[in-house]
Design a protein around this ligand. Structure first.
Ligand code: ACM
Length: 518
């Protein structure tokens, strides 16, 4: 978009946008007409714009701002929408309610940035006249936030969702349990949070760390996200990354009588779940309560970084492997994931796992290919969310700038790497391509303690991820950078503590960042 029209620099970029002459003025007298099925989107428009613009936007059958479900736009899928802004009227249409929610965010971006910032005065607001027809290329446009390593208050999660929704990201994957902390309350197993939610210190800092959500908080987060068209996908790690659960319930482990602490170090911990029936009872109990809080069709079961040494050393695990017809204890990982995954499938949910080269998950798992080529996973028959660490890990540093603040891991994922690849890997045929649901960024928090650090790491890289996931195809990097420069005015208005755009952060080639795999 020409720099003279910064309001048209949208992130993500709509599929088609045609500027029209003129502007539409919204004032105190502007009312909103929501046709049947469009009430929730009209409510969101009011909720988002009212406090920051001072516009009451009351409902009225005469409104000049019209929101409507229109089956004729069925070709735009669940999330596509059409937006026509003329000098007298605004018409937002979509086949499905989620399409209207996406269109509401486009309207927000088209307003002047100070319409996002609050402190509204008694003034009117102008929208540019445009015709937009928009549809996402991918249906999974996600971001994973690790609240297990460093617990974050619900206020942080709500704001995270708000900023995701502004960028039309639609999946918040919450990493709720790990070796260093268990944050999901389970009524039947209270020690998971009362014991597993506390660790004595982190990396010898001598400072205890603790936190757990209440179910009411999580349900409220799910509702808040749903109103913005965001699905919250919970992750309960197994059979590795379970040290916090083992500290709470030692009988779930491989060595009877052993008492472990909630882990105070980072990395891959060699303590894992045992494979006796009590462990599967535990998993079912936990997952029943998880499903009760999270209506998401997808439930993430982890499955990454599971050392098998404890199983090899355990006569009970070796017997179990033999009884299951496995060639050895190494096969227990896939067997374990298959058993728990089948339970989810019986409950009408879809299991998700982290894909690693060499560690096979059962085919019914949707996989996040953090350390496995997406093409290989698609060829094995999985549904795939492209999540390769070299393109999507937001805890990796954004630049080689010596002034980069602490809290970033040594490897690099510059902005350009996030924008570079298409989620569908090169070489994919039509069937493999059809298995790629989309892509997702991950923000692990071993070294990240505060909401401020989280925002710095997430933005502007989530802008890049949102742009790629929405548009697909080849990356138009120069066009993205131009739009992003304008878009930072919106981030500023919202007080987002993003990494400033600098020559280094916008560099297209840095050491170790050749075109990333997906
Ligand atoms: C992972 O980074 N362990 C999925």
């Amino acid at each position: 978009m020409p720099a003279s029209r910064p309001e048209l620099s949208l992130v993500p970029r709509p599929r088609t946008l045609s500027p029209r002459p003129g502007r539409l003025t919204l004032g105190k007298g502007t009312s909103v007409r929501a046709l049947p099925g469009a009430e929730a989107a009209a409510g969101l428009l009011r909720t988002l714009l009212g406090p920051t613009t001072g516009l009451p936007l009351p409902p009225s059958s005469e409104g000049r701002v019209v929101l409507a479900l229109d089956p004729q736009l069925g070709g735009l899928g669940d999330e596509g929408y059409g937006l026509t802004i003329g000098p007298e009227t605004l018409l937002l249409r979509a086949a499905r309610p989620d399409g209207l929610l996406r269109g509401v965010q486009t309207i927000r971006q088209l307003l002047p940035p100070d319409a996002l910032s609050g402190g509204a005065s008694d003034r009117s607001w102008e929208l540019p006249c445009v015709e937009i027809s928009d549809v996402p290329r991918y249906r999974w446009r996600g971001t994973m936030l690790d609240v297990a390593r460093h617990f974050q208050p619900v206020s942080c999660l709500r704001r995270y969702v708000d900023l995701m929704a502004l960028h039309k990201l639609n999946v918040l994957h919450l990493h709720l349990t790990d070796d260093q902390g268990w944050r999901m309350p389970v009524d039947a197993l209270p020690r998971l949070t009362s014991v597993g939610g506390h660790r004595a210190q982190s990396l010898s800092d001598g400072v205890p760390h603790a936190g757990a959500y209440t179910k009411a908080e999580l349900r409220d987060l799910v509702r808040h996200a749903r109103e913005r068209g965001v699905t919250v996908v919970p992750e309960i790690e197994m059979p590795g990354h379970v040290r916090a659960a083992l500290a709470a319930y030692p009988a779930l482990g491989n060595r009877p009588g052993r008492q472990l602490d909630v882990w105070t170090r980072w990395g891959v911990c060699d303590t894992v779940f045992g494979v006796h029936e009590e462990v599967f009872d535990f998993c079912r109990t936990v997952l029943q309560e998880v499903m009760d809080v999270f209506p998401s069709p997808y439930i993430h079961l982890g499955g990454d970084e599971c050392p098998t040494g404890e199983w090899e050393d355990s006569p009970a695990a070796r017997d179990r492997a033999a009884a299951a017809g496995l060639s050895g204890p190494g096969g227990l990982h896939g067997w374990f994931m298959g058993r728990v995954g089948s339970f989810l499938v019986e409950q009408g949910r879809r299991p998700v796992g982290w894909a690693e080269t060499g560690g096979e998950l059962p085919p019914e798992f949707t996989v996040m290919t953090w350390r496995d080529p997406a093409l290989a996973a698609a060829r094995r028959g999985h549904q795939v969310v492209a999540a390769h660490h070299r393109a999507t890990y937001l805890d990796y540093a954004q630049s080689t700038d010596p002034d980069e603040p602490p809290g970033q891991r040594g490897a690099l994922v510059p902005l350009h790497a996030v924008h570079a690849g298409d989620p569908v890997p090169r070489g994919a045929g039509p069937e493999e391509a059809s298995r790629v649901l989309g892509t997702q960024a991950q923000l692990w928090t071993e070294y990240v303690r505060t909401p401020e650090q989280i925002e710095y790491l997430a933005y502007p890289r989530l802008c890049a991820l949102a742009d790629r996931a929405w548009s697909g195809g080849r990356s138009d990097w120069p066009g993205f950078v131009e739009r992003l420069r304008d878009h930072t005015a919106r981030l500023d208005a919202l007080g987002v503590r993003y990494r400033p755009l600098t020559t280094r952060s916008l560099a297209t080639a840095s050491a170790g960042t050749a075109r990333p795999p997906r």
